[in-house]
Design a binder for this molecule. Structure first.
Ligand code: COA
Ligand code: ZN
Length: 311
């Protein structure tokens, strides 16, 4: 019999993943308001921004101002790609950082413009600078369940090896990300099992992007395996601008609704979340159920879309 968890932690990543490539305009003040409303709805932790190069992610170039605007909240997180990002995050008052690498060599290079080895050096530098500072350092592996590029095959063994390196270099929580929404329940369970075998103690977080609802199926197999921390975004916004055809995140409202229907607590008030979603989509001038990142209208180079088209 499945031992379903009684409670899960929703980490809302709308202000970071949801907005990093969003179509509409949103001001710094509106971003702060969004984060305040998420906390008011009972979300325990919010990825509030990313401290990355404004040249590569111009929409989050107000990262410091946003983070300072919400410095009093617990559970705030900022994504970082390097030591410079860590230094800015530390000054800005976020409680944790997510250090990101990719299981796809090509996505690692396109998104972070450095090798995995170089990333790990940055992480070690961050880890030693953080002694005494005490900010939580989380790790995240993009493309853990598949690459945006058909020539690349990501294996569970590879992901577990990267996970071990991240933990050895100082991360205390590990995110497995389905950056391009290609994971299936079978492969998600295989990767979770392999990572668990390598690192039985490390708390796991699942960061899912969604195609046609498969993210929920993936979330359910992760729940069955005892994963209790999930990253989601309002309205299914989100997507990586440096991964071709990345769809939006698993929708926070849908996930919370499912958890509550399954008798699993989140502490989140669904009606409050729904009205924040409406407010945000209005502010962005985007229709409801965005669900896909900008770029969906471009001709698909994605093998998975081609598979679907031929079915
Ligand atoms: N925060 C703010 N600015 C940063 C930065 C950071 N973490 N890291 C570098 N920069 C600045 C540099 O100071 C430099 O500024 P300048 O042009 O005014 O001199 C500029 O960005 C380029 O720096 P460089 O070290 O040459 O970086 P790069 O161009 O090789 O890019 C990254 C490397 C990692 C900074 C970049 O690829 C990046 O930000 N990637 C993140 C992408 C992302 O967020 N993807 C979605 C989430 S996974
Ligand atoms: Zn993402």
């Amino acid at each position: 019999m499945t031992n379903w968890p009684r409670r899960v932690t929703v980490i809302d990543v709308t202000p970071r993943d949801g907005l990093q490539d969003a179509c509409g305009e949103i001001s710094t003040l509106q971003k702060v308001q969004l984060i305040q409303e998420l906390y008011a709805a009972g979300v325990p932790s919010v990825e509030v921004t990313s401290f990355v190069s404004p040249r590569w992610i111009p929409r989050l170039s107000d990262a410091e101002a946003v983070a300072r605007g919400v410095a009093e909240y617990p559970g705030t997180i900022g994504l970082i790609p390097n030591f410079k990002g860590y230094q800015i995050a530390l000054k800005s008052g976020v409680k944790a950082v997510t250090f990101v690498v990719s299981a796809s060599q090509r996505h690692q290079q396109d998104n972070l413009r450095m090798s995995l080895e170089r990333s790990l050096e940055e992480l070690r530098q961050i880890h030693s600078a953080n002694e005494g500072a005490g900010m939580q350092i989380r790790g995240a592996i993009s493309c853990s369940f598949g690459s945006p590029y058909s020539e690349e095959n990501i294996t569970a063994t590879q992901v577990a090896r990267i996970a071990r390196e991240l933990v050895a270099s100082g991360v205390s929580e590990l995110g497995l990300a389905d950056t391009v929404g290609v994971g299936t329940p079978q492969c998600v369970s295989e990767v979770i099992d392999e990572v668990r075998k390598a690192l039985p103690q490390i708390p796991l977080v699942l960061h899912l992007h969604d195609r046609y609802g498969i993210a929920l199926g993936n979330a359910v197999v992760a729940l069955e395996r005892g994963v209790t921390r999930f990253e989601t975004a309002l309205g299914g916004l989100g997507g990586c601008p440096y991964a071709p055809n990345a769809p939006g995140n698993l929708n926070t409202e849908t996930f919370v609704f499912w958890m509550h229907r399954m008798g699993i607590q989140t502490g989140v008030h669904l009606p409050a979340l729904a009205s924040t979603r409406e407010w945000l989509l209005n502010a962005l001038n985007t229709s409801a159920e965005a669900g896909v990142a900008a770029g969906e209208d471009q001709p698909s180079r994605h093998e998975y879309d081609e598979d679907l088209a031929s079915e």
